[in-house]
Ligand binder design. Sequence first.
Ligand SMILES: [Zn+2]
Length: 389
Amino acid sequence: MITPVKIVVPVKLMPEADQAAALSATVRTVNDLACWVSEVAFANDVPREYELRKHTYAHLKEQGLGAQAAQHVIKKVRDAYTTLHANIRAGNLGKSGSKRRLRAESKPIMFRPESAQPYDDRCLSWQMDAQTVSIWTTAGRIKNVRFACSTHALKTLREYRKGESDLIERDGAFYLIATCEIPEAEQYEPDHFIGVDLGIVNIATTSTGYQAAGRQLNRYRKRQLALRAKLQKKRTKSAKRRLKERSRREQRHVKNTNHIIAKTIVTEAERTFAGLCLEELKGIRQRVRLRKPQRVALHSWAFAQLGEFIVYKARRAGVPVVYVDPAYSSRECAHCGHVDRLNRTSQATFVCRSCGVVAHADRNASHVLARRGENVWTAGRESRVPATP
Ligand SMILES: [Zn+2]
């Protein structure tokens, strides 16, 4: 079965001054009205979308929203409550009666003035050749709004853009976040499996010898943290802005690095008709118990992202991916299978108490994972591959 992989492609709008004013007014108006719809929803025990529309649609039209924009505002509000309720149910806001949960439950959801506004094809159209969009605003439809993106992104948009896009404003600039549905390749029957061990010191180690050292990323992050601490002491507005910029830059940097690592791993698997075997993601945080200075080295989201990128690229390339329980993978000998806490003599080295094999600890773990992956595959158990967002 071939199901498409959904990805988002952000493009930056390059509006003329009057276009920018129209976009800015639009984003503020729709979010202002979203706050109002949210209050109505809250006052009416958050009814279903259909019911909520009855209470709010006419007023939104009166305020100058088109039919689509009005419906998108209502849906956005309803979706926000659905997400909130799901979070409450999942216990993400603490137990019933906790401070955080009470705060979330006791008042309507609010929307920031620059929050994302969804657009469908009726209120937004793309001219890929001219690299412009025509977009609905509260000042009417504006045409020939130029947008900037990479050649690669443009190609993706041209071939696969489908469904809604979000308009957002950030630091005075406007972006469209377009959804693309990319068909996934048919999976091949793997010839063997490559184990991928994820860690802090070495971000990724594969059983075929590839290793992405974390040293550079960790050093980069440390430097960013030091600068951030400095900025945090000044509580000025400009320091705040620079802090935000810095954390965005850092995220971009990690993202780039993760893309490169994921690409290297998936390309190798594809080239050798191998499958990939990863640890179940929830294992990483549990497994990695670190002293404090290392704990700040890399956030768990960075790992989750690397895992996501690998899965996403693998799906696009038709590379089979299996997940295995990482339990004891760092204590098990890839050579003889002996499991012993003492096998792992240090962060870096592995010395088997039974057969005497000496190996690099992460490399040993990656071999253990490769074998477990092979077992999972041959046992025919369909492994759970999480859907890429
Ligand atoms: Zn051994």
